[in-house]
Design a protein around this ligand. Structure first.
Ligand code: BV8
Ligand code: ZN
Length: 244
């Protein structure tokens, strides 16, 4: 029965996909799971005894910047050894074939770019960018390991990861370009996200309200599954290539 449901879901999505003029895609940690990147839910969400959501905050950084940098350095070391999976590559291929395609990601791992995707909106920043807490300069920094407390080469102040922490506003320019894509798309795909973190979590419903068809691909149902036109339960690395 589940198998049948997945097949019809893929067939319906394929029809809509290759008829679409402008596609918007929202991805979360689930699309990188098959590459070995830990997700936030479940055991993957833990580093040592800390919950990722507790370390990814400005409070944690001001309390103990060395600990937070140790956490980000752990993710940099891990992700520097990992590669995109067939799910990432399928999205890059779809982008090459569809006139207008916008990839909105919550992931900071940079694997979409590594897979060849181009029109990418990184809602929550990027693991390989650092920002100075003094002069606000943003630089790419690929050092693995990164120094325990990395300092700015211009003003000598402490650097922080150029990511959006819980309780911090998203960059309004970044957010607006995501909302523009969602307002203009005729098909939105929501892939590998539990739909727990705002404002990203409500983007699928927003697209539906704007009249777009919305399809979800996720290992398990999410709080939004019944609101979408299509909901396919399975691994994005196995399902996305079947759309090509
Ligand atoms: C903000 C960067 C203004 C750092 C991240 C309204 C209501 C309630 C709370 C709020 C609200 N508005 C704002 C908030 C507060 C907060 C929030 O949403 N909190 C949640 C926890 C309740 N939002 C914010 O703070 C945002 N800022 O809104 O500013 C403001 C501020 C305060 C108050 C009001 C307004 C900033 C949020 C960004 C935080 N930074 N990341 C870092 O990574 O270190 S969020 C981070 O966690 C990720 O980027 C991602 O967004 C999220 C994790 O979610 P997912 O990616 O979905 O991953 P998850 O593990 O949860 O799920 C994976 C899914 O994949 C699962 O469903 C699984 O089944 C599936 N899966 C697994 N394997 C596969 C698969 N699917 C397919 N294939 C597979 N193989
Ligand atoms: Zn500086």
């Amino acid at each position: 029965m589940a198998e049948r449901k997945i097949e019809t879901g893929i067939k319906d999505l394929k029809e809509k996909l290759w008829r679409a003029k402008h596609i918007a895609v929202l991805t979360g940690a689930g699309i990188s799971a098959e590459s070995g990147v830990p997700t936030f839910r479940g055991e993957g969400g833990l580093w040592k005894q800390f919950r990722a959501v507790d370390l990814a905050t400005p409070e944690a950084f001001s309390r103990d910047p060395k600990l937070v940098w140790e956490f980000y350095n752990w993710r940099r070391e891990l992700i520097s050894t990992l590669s995109p999976n067939p799910g990432h590559f399928a999205l890059a291929e779809i982008e090459r074939r569809i006139p207008r395609f916008t990839l909105i990601t919550q992931n900071i791992d940079g694997l979409h770019k590594k897979a060849g995707s181009r029109n990418i909106i990184e809602l929550h920043g990027n693991l390989w960018l650092v920002r100075c807490t003094g002069c606000e300069t943003v630089r790419e920094d690929m050092r693995v390991p990164i120094p325990e407390l990395p300092m700015c080469e211009s003003c000598g102040s402490l650097l922080r990861p150029h990511v959006v922490w819980f309780g911090e506003m998203l960059d309004p320019l970044v957010l607006n370009s995501a909302y523009e894509a969602i307002a203009g798309c005729d098909l939105m795909m929501v892939i590998g996200t539990s739909g727990t973190v705002q404002p990203a979590a409500s983007m699928g419903v927003q697209a539906k309200r704007n009249g777009a068809a919305v399809a979800e691909i996720n290992l398990e149902p999410t709080p939004y599954s019944d609101l979408y036109n299509i909901s396919i339960c399975g691994k994005s690395g196995e399902i996305l290539p079947q759309l090509l």
